[in-house]
Each structure stands twice: as C-alpha cells, then as structure tokens.
Design a protein around this ligand. Sequence first.
Ligand code: 5AD
Ligand code: FES
Length: 360
Amino acid sequence: MDEALRALGDRLSAGHSLSLEEYGELIRRRDPEAAAYFGDLAVRWRKAVYGTAVFTRGLIEISNICKNDCLYCGIRRSNASCRRYRLTEAEILSCADEGYALGFRTVVLQGGEDPYFTDPVLCGIVGEIKRRHPDCAVTLSMGERSRESYGRLRDAGADRYLLRHETANPVHYGKLHPPEMSWDHRMRCLRDLRDLGYQVGCGFMVGSPYQTEEDLALELKFVEDFRPDMCGIGPFLPHRDTPFRDAAAGTLELTCYLLSLIRLIHPAVLLPATTALGTVHPLGREKGIQAGANVVMPNLSPVSVRKQYELYDNKICTGEESAQCRGCLDRRMRSIGYALTTDRGDPRPVNVKIRIKSAG
Ligand code: 5AD
Ligand code: FES
C-alpha cells in the first residue's frame, strides 16, 4: 500500500495529532488496502479498550414533530406528507420499562424539536425513568435548547446528550440548513452540554450534499480537537419529500473508513454502527463494528410509529418482524464474533499504557 498513508495511520495509532493537510491526504488517497490496514488497527484498538463487547442503547423515538426545517431530513416542518405523532408520557415510560426488562441499561429519548417537550414535561419523564431504573443511563437527543434547559434536564437525571454537529464546516452547514439555524449556536450547545457534565455525542453525515474531501478532513480534525465521548456517523440517505430527494447517498465504504480513522484518533470514543449504515447495506452494522465501531442502538419505539420516524427513505427496523431488534442485533453481533452486553456502556478512560501490536 501507499507508504505515506501507512505512516500517517501508524502515527495516529501511536497517539499523535495530524494536521488538517494530513487528514486531507488520508481522505483523498484512500484505497481498499488502506481501508483494510486502518480497519485492522482500529479493531485492535477497540478490542484493547472495550474487548468484543458491544454496548447497546435502546432508542425511543418520542416525537416526529419538529419546528426545524433541515433540508436533508424527512421530518422537517415543511414536509406536509409526514404523518406526525407524539408518544404520551405513559407510552414513553412503558417503552423504557420494556427496554429495562430486555436488558438495556441505557435508553435514548430522541425526537424532533417538538415544542410540547418543555423543560417541566421532559424533566418529569427523565426523572421518572431514573426513579424506576436508577442503574439505567438516560441519553437525550432532542436538539438545540438553551443552556438553562440543558442544566435543568441534567439536574433531573439525564446523563448523556447526543447532538450531531452535522458538519464541521460552517459554510457547508449553511447549505444544509435554513438561514435561521446557525453552526455557531450548534457549537455553543455542544460546549454548554460538556460544561454541564453531560457525556456528549456529536456526529455528522457521510456524503451529505455539497460535502467535499476537505470537509471530511475538517471532521477528523474536529474529532481530534473536541474529543467527544460519542460520535454518531452514518451515510446521508435521501428522503423523497425533501429538497435533496435526488442527491446521491453516502457509501458504506467511506463511512467504514471514517469509523476506523475516528477509532484511531480517539480510541475510547463510543462509536455506533448506525441504523443508516444498516439501511445502506444489509450487513452495514456488522461491517461498521468490523471497522471499529462498538455501539448499536436497537429500536425500542412502538412498532406502530417506527415507520413515521422516517428521517430518510427505506429505514430498516420498521416492520412487524422487528419487534425485537435487540434479539436481531444480538444474533448479528454473534455472527461476527462479538456480543451485546447489558453494561451501561460508559466511555472508558484510555489507559495511556495500552499498546496494541503493530499490524505490519
Ligand atoms: N440521512 C441520513 N441521516 C440523517 N439524519 C437526518 N436526516 C438524515 C438523512 N436524510 C441524521 C442527522 C440527525 C440524526 C438524528 O439523523 O445527522 O442529527
Ligand atoms: Fe431491528 Fe434487526 S435490528 S430488525
């Protein structure tokens, strides 16, 4: 393989920082051999830090009502064809109870920016889940809110917050979002969340419209600088009722390549093999784990609403057969030599003494 690329990967794996130009080289000059080499290094790191256990988070999609109008998203407010729903507090709690009984020790409440979920409403739900299941982590993925709001939710017991930054390039952000949304505000939210003591997840789409190789280099530098606890990345997939309906989807290959590099940049990061990755390829989540991911997020939402939480076309896990995504993913993970665990799945501090054997 390209010796210069190999040397860059080895430097990352040894814990060195790379320049933006060097990350650009890793993106531009990638080839299947480099992907295999970095994938192998990434899996060694993932096994050194987390073994072969795969963390699980039970995902509850609590509302598809959203006041935002992100151009890529199927539940954007201007999509009049979207059938809207909102789970009741009782439904959310019953999903959480069911998840607990199935062995989940993290529930993720995810939804559009639905004004119904004011601080008192959401704090009540978070507090009740924590009261019923004190050993369960609660993750929120409810979009941009004020620092005060994040503070109240944290006080109510929320442990983690997922807020994808979507792109590390503010100009690119402007092409994916309506003018009233701002990259600076998104970044401020991420900083506020971290200050408040949340475990913070950022993330971006791979192959989103207008994304360049330079943008991807910026993503890698951003992960290096921000060092998120979690990083959610998945391929962009078009949705038929959005302005990007005819845009090309992101690929499995590039997503897996980036998963491997992110694992090398930040060996302890929690990295999900996402539903979008499972949608772009039938074995996408398995391939994500084999590229260095260590988290899966089975769907715990009531089957009756899953089809409506449609951020992109052809989303998996929406049929009757998927009532037990946990069992399905457990079989899938076992088929590649991994296994789901009921651990809460907190990020491990990387022991600097961990060394992995060189792949070469
Ligand atoms: N394709 C892939 N991912 C998408 N998301 C939203 N719309 C799409 C799409 N069309 C992702 C965004 C968001 C997360 C909840 O889902 O990154 O932050
Ligand atoms: Fe949902 Fe397989 S994980 S159906």
